[in-house]
Design a protein. Structure first.
Length: 93
């Protein structure tokens, strides 16, 4: 796998995390949870969540495990997405 493919894959995973995060509704605000709130729930900084969602970092396995737990999905569900769709989105940004 070359660098461009790896970058696209990281961005695709980031879009998936963002999409799942936006499905979790904060009961106090009735709005999707923010990057900051996901960071607080997972013990990571807002900056880290943002970098993950933009595909600018290589997430550790344990980080993805914690994020998947907070997003109420299994690791399999976290990675279960149409790669072609997300790579197209990633190349547009």
């Amino acid at each position: 796998m070359n660098e461009i493919d790896l970058t696209s894959c990281k961005k695709a995973l980031g879009y998936r995390i963002s999409e799942l995060r936006k499905k979790i509704i904060n009961p106090e605000t009735n709005k999707p949870i923010s990057q900051e709130e996901l960071g607080l729930r997972t013990g990571h900084a807002k900056k880290t969540i943002g970098e993950l969602e933009r595909g600018n970092t290589n997430p550790r396995y344990d980080t993805l495990l914690i994020i998947s737990k907070e997003l109420n999905v299994s690791m399999q569900e976290l990675f279960d997405f149409d790669m072609k769709k997300y790579i197209i989105l990633a190349t547009k940004s």
